[in-house]
Design a binder for this molecule. Structure first.
Ligand SMILES: Nc1ncnc2c1ncn2[C@@H]1O[C@H](COP(=O)(O)OP(=O)(O)OP(=O)(O)O)[C@@H](O)[C@H]1O
Ligand code: SF4
Ligand SMILES: [Mg+2]
Length: 345
C-alpha cells in the first residue's frame, strides 16, 4: 500500500502477527450464475497474483464483476471454472474441513458498515462474535481481544457499550475492521470500503488500512470504482470490464501511461489526484453508452461496443492477454508498449 503510514510499535496480542503471510492467486477464474434469463458471466477467465503484503486494486464500472470476484477471493463463492490459490493451497481441491480452517485467514469487508452489524448487539459483542463462532478462548479472553482490536482501530473503549445506531458511518466501518482483525486475517478483500463514508473521513480510514498492513503484513484486494481511491492505496491495479481483465500493472504505470483504450477512457473521465497540468494534457475520451449485459457479452473484445478504436477484427477475435511492457499487461489487439490505439472514427 502506498498510502501514508504512521509509525507505532507492533504488539503481540490477539490481533498481533501470526507467522508467515501468504499471497493469493486467481487462475483462469470463472464465476457464472445460472438465472432464468440465462447464464450470467460475472467473472469470465481472470488470472492474476497478489504478492504477500501487497495491495492489489481492482477497478471497474458498476456490473463489471468486482464484488463477485472479491467474494470468490474471500472463499465465499465456488468457482465455476479455474481456481484460487492461497499460498500452497488450491481452494477447489481442499477438503471441506481444511477449507473451513483457512476461512479465517481470508476475510472480506463490504461497503455498508451498518448492514454488517447486528443492531441488537453492543459493539463489544459484535467485535467478539467472530471469535465466539470460532470457539476461540473463553469469554474474558474474547472480551480482551475485542477491546484491543477496538483500541487498535482508534476507537475509545466506551464505544464497546454502545449500539450501532449511536455511531457515525466512519466509527461503524472501524468497528467492522476491528471485528475482522480479531481473527488475525492474512488477506482482506476491501469492497468499496470507503464509498459510503463522508469524503472528509475517507483518508483517515484508508490510512488505517495502510497502518494495519504495515503492522500485521496483511495482503489486500482493494475493490473500488473510484480511481482516486485505488491509485492512493494500491501497489498494482487490475482493470475489470464485463468479467475480464483489460489491463494490469503497477499503479503509476497504469494511471500515468495506460495501455488499454478502456482504461484511458476511465481515467480521462475521472478527476485524478494528479498535478493539474498532467491531467489537462490528457485527451478526454468519452465512453459511449452503458456496460452491456453479462448475459450476452459482445463477441471478440468485450469493449468493442464502446471502444473508440474498435475495428472489424475486434468483433471476431478475443484479444490475447499480453505483457506489453515489463509487468504491465493488456488485452487489446492494437495496444503496444507506446500506448493504446487512437480513435478510428
Ligand atoms: N447471485 C447472482 N446471481 C445472478 N447474477 C448475479 C449475481 N451476483 C451478481 N450478479 C450479476 O453479475 C454481474 C456482476 O455483478 P457484481 O456485483 O460483481 O458487479 P460490481 O462490479 O461489484 O458492481 P457494483 O460496482 O455495482 O458493485 C452483474 O450483472 C450482476 O447483476
Ligand atoms: S481490441 Fe479493439 S475493441 Fe478491444 S480495446 Fe482494443 S481496439 Fe478497442
Ligand atoms: Mg460491487
Amino acid at each position: 500500500m502506498n498510502a501514508r503510514v504512521s509509525s507505532h510499535s507492533p504488539t503481540d496480542n490477539a490481533t498481533g502477527p501470526r507467522g508467515a503471510n501468504a499471497g493469493v492467486r486467481a487462475e483462469d477464474l470463472t464465476i457464472h450464475f445460472a438465472t432464468k434469463a440465462g447464464t450470467v458471466k460475472a467473472v469470465d477467465g481472470v488470472s492474476f497474483e497478489i504478492e504477500p503484503g501487497e495491495t492489489f486494486g481492482i477497478i471497474g464500472e458498476s456490473g463489471s464483476g468486482k464484488t463477485t470476484l472479491g467474494r470468490a477471493l474471500a472463499g465465499l463463492l465456488k468457482a465455476s471454472g479455474g481456481d484460487i490459490h492461497y499460498g500452497e493451497h488450491t481452494l477447489g481441491k481442499l477438503p471441506r474441513a481444511e477449507r473451513q480452517r483457512l476461512r479465517r485467514d481470508y476475510q472480506i469487508i463490504f461497503q455498508d458498515p451498518h448492514a454488517a452489524l447486528n443492531p441488537r448487539m453492543t459493539i463489544l459483542q459484535s467485535v467478539m462474535e467472530p471469535l465466539e463462532i470460532l470457539k476461540e478462548g473463553d469469554k474474558s479472553s474474547r472480551q480482551r481481544a475485542a477491546r484491543e482490536a477496538l483500541e487498535r482501530v482508534g476507537l475509545a473503549p466506551e464505544i464497546g457499550r454502545r449500539y450501532p445506531h449511536e455511531l457515525s458511518g466512519g466509527q461503524k466501518q472501524r468497528v467492522n475492521i476491528a471485528r475482522t482483525l480479531t481473527v488475525r486475517p492474512k488477506f482482506i478483500v476491501c469492497d468499496e470500503v470507503v464509498a459510503a463514508l463522508d469524503v472528509s473521513i475517507r483518508g483517515a480510514v484508508l490510512n488505517l488500512f495502510a497502518e494495519l498492513q504495515e503492522e500485521f503484513g496483511i495482503t489486500y484486494a482493494f475493490i473500488t470504482h473510484d480511481i482516486s481511491v485505488v491509485s492512493h492505496v494500491s501497489d498494482r491495479i487490475g482493470v475489470l470490464y464485463l468479467g475480464r481483465l483489460m489491463e494490469m500493472g503497477p499503479t503509476g504505470a497504469v494511471t500515468d501511461a495506460p495501455l488499454h483504450p478502456y482504461t484511458q477512457a476511465l481515467l480521462s473521465a475521472e478527476p485524478l489526484p494528479l498535478p493539474g497540468d498532467q491531467r489537462d494534457q490528457r485527451r478526454r475520451i468519452r465512453l459511449e453508452g452503458e456496460i452491456p449485459s453479462p448475459l450476452a457479452p459482445p463477441s471478440g473484445c468485450r469493449c468493442r461496443t464502446r471502444c473508440p478504436a474498435a475495428q472489424t477484427r475486434c468483433a471476431e477475435q478475443i484479444p490475447e492477454w499480453r505483457e506489453a511492457r515489463p509487468g504491465h499487461w493488456v488485452a487489446c489487439h492494437f495496444a503496444d508498449a507506446d500506448g493504446p490505439p487512437g480513435p478510428v472514427r
